[in-house]
Design a binder for this molecule. Structure first.
Ligand SMILES: [Cu+2]
Length: 496
């Protein structure tokens, strides 16, 4: 509404100015001062010259004034390896077009002065001028060729495929966010297929490809400094653009056409902040409303943006980018959770549901051995007791589930290594149902584990099995979770 009124006022003012102009023209006519137009033309031409000078000076001053906010200068020198060559390309273009800009503006306004109205002045008739035409065709052609060749050269350098030496990540643009996928421990991104895209599988990862299992989705783009990165760039819906301004990285994300960009970050976020710190512009508070907020240099973060106007939520595609030292990167990496193991494992989408994966088997074995080593080292009775977390039985029976065998194998393996160790296997139940039955069941279960160990070659004299029934609860029997916790098989090291 205010905007509308403002426009209305401007229009009305324009009408008034035009009317005043008409009135003064009429009055001049009445006074018979038509010779005045010559004078007026001269003064207009003069003021145009003044305007030209003012405009060019203003261009130079404003460029100088804002230089520390612009990419490519002062604190904003490129934070990537290839960025410097892109910047020099831009600078060469700026110098060439800058010279042309100044010359054409001076000529434009100078001509309004030189060819202002004169009494008896006559226009020159010229049908064409070969020399002039050759000059204004050849010079731009040469300049363009130089710029394009240098541009192609830089482009080839930037687009050079690094092969195996780079780490690879994937950025998928969608309305309205970025999905950042890292390859996990195997350093390889798993296969994807857009037809597999569904809630819970944003990227369409194919879980039958085991390279996918350790891939993780990161909430921020974190990169180690000095390491070459190849970003696979894809789009799920419309055109987006993967833009890292501080690294001079910019590439379209096109649905159906994978693109990529290779770059090496050379400055950590901290380095960049230290650079900004040297400039007075970045001492101002980062929140203009709050004078106590951190100064701009300290609040600085690299950012990933979408540089394609992709819809009404376009602005929200901003993500923070962190460039850190290798050890900090490794620490961050260790905290990331595989999407498969945290979101998909043992759901209906999991093709390995009901099986143990190799990585899980070795992980469990490691955890088991850690606990055992601790128990063997300790003098405390409590520490000698170890719960067989993954030994389970079918409901109400002493039949071991298929997957229980892995942990029993770990135990058998340990007993073979430590020949002097003798253990007591303890079966425990919750308190539902008949006490005698529970004791019998827990006894059967402890003995089932014992038999399995004997079968695996462990001397039966080293193994005692006892059924405790519900007599040694470790949790409440009032809740489902508590009862489940109480149903367990443990072993105790009785001598070593
Ligand atoms: Cu976008």
């Amino acid at each position: 509404m205010i905007g509308f009124i403002a426009i209305l006022i401007v229009i009305l003012l324009a009408v008034i100015v035009v009317q005043i102009g008409k009135v003064s023209e009429l009055s001049a006519k009445i006074r018979g001062e038509e010779g005045n137009t010559l004078k007026k033309n001269t003064s207009t031409a003069f003021w145009l010259l003044v305007f030209c000078a003012g405009f060019l000076i203003f261009c130079v001053i404003s460029a100088y004034y804002y230089k520390n906010w612009m990419l490519g200068y002062g604190p904003h020198e490129s934070a990537s390896e290839h960025g410097a060559s892109l910047d020099s390309l831009f600078n060469i273009t700026l110098v060439i077009t800058g010279i042309v800009f100044v010359i054409t503006h001076i000529a434009l306004f100078w001509f309004t002065w030189k060819y202002k109205e004169r009494t008896g002045g006559k226009a020159l008739f010229m049908s064409h001028n070969n020399l002039l035409e050759v000059v204004w065709t050849v010079i731009p052609a040469i300049v363009m060729t130089i710029l394009v060749i240098r541009g192609l050269d830089t482009w080839n350098e930037v687009m050079d495929d690094p092969g195996d030496e780079a780490m690879e990540i994937e950025a998928m643009g969608w309305q309205f966010a970025w999905n950042l996928r890292y390859p996990g421990a195997d350093n390889e991104l798993g296969a994807r297929d857009y037809t597999l895209t569904k809630p819970g599988n944003d990227v369409g990862q194919d879980w039958t490809d085991t390279r996918n299992l350790d891939d993780f989705i990161a909430s921020e783009l974190v990169l180690p400094v000095g390491k070459k990165v190849r970003v696979r760039i894809i789009a799920r819906d419309v055109l987006h653009n993967f833009y890292l301004p501080h690294f001079r990285v910019k590439m379209d994300a096109v649905p159906g056409i994978p693109t990529y960009f290779v770059f090496t970050p050379t400055k950590t976020t901290e380095d960049y902040r230290e650079e900004l710190r040297k400039y007075p512009e970045y001492q101002a508070p980062s929140d203009p409303e709050d004078p106590n907020s951190a100064p701009l240099w300290k609040a600085f973060e690299y950012e990933l943006a979408c540089a394609e106007l992709c819809g009404k939520g376009h602005y929200s595609m901003k993500k923070i980018v962190k460039v850190v030292e290798q050890d900090e990167y490794d620490a961050w990496l260790a905290k990331q959770k595989s999407w498969f193991f945290s979101q998909v494992r043992n759901t209906d989408d999991d093709p390995y549901k009901g099986q143990l994966l190799d990585s899980e088997i070795s992980e469990r074995k490691e955890a088991f051995n850690d606990k055992l080593n601790l128990a063997l080292k300790s003098d405390k009775v409590d520490d000698k007791l170890i719960r067989l977390e993954h030994v389970e039985f079918e409901t109400g029976s002493s039949r071991l589930t298929e997957l229980s065998v892995y942990e029993i194998e770990n135990l058998a393996d340990a007993l073979q290594r430590f020949e002097d160790v003798k253990i007591e296997l303890g079966g425990h139940t919750d308190n539902t149902g008949n006490l005698e039955n529970n004791i019998a069941l827990s006894n059967d279960r402890a003995n089932a584990v014992r038999s399995e160990l004997i079968e695996q070659g462990i001397d039966e004299l080293r193994l005692v099995a006892i059924g405790y029934g519900p007599n040694q609860p470790v949790d409440t029997n009032e809740t489902d979770a508590g009862r489940q916790n109480n149903r367990r098989t443990e072993f105790k090291i009785i001598s070593q």
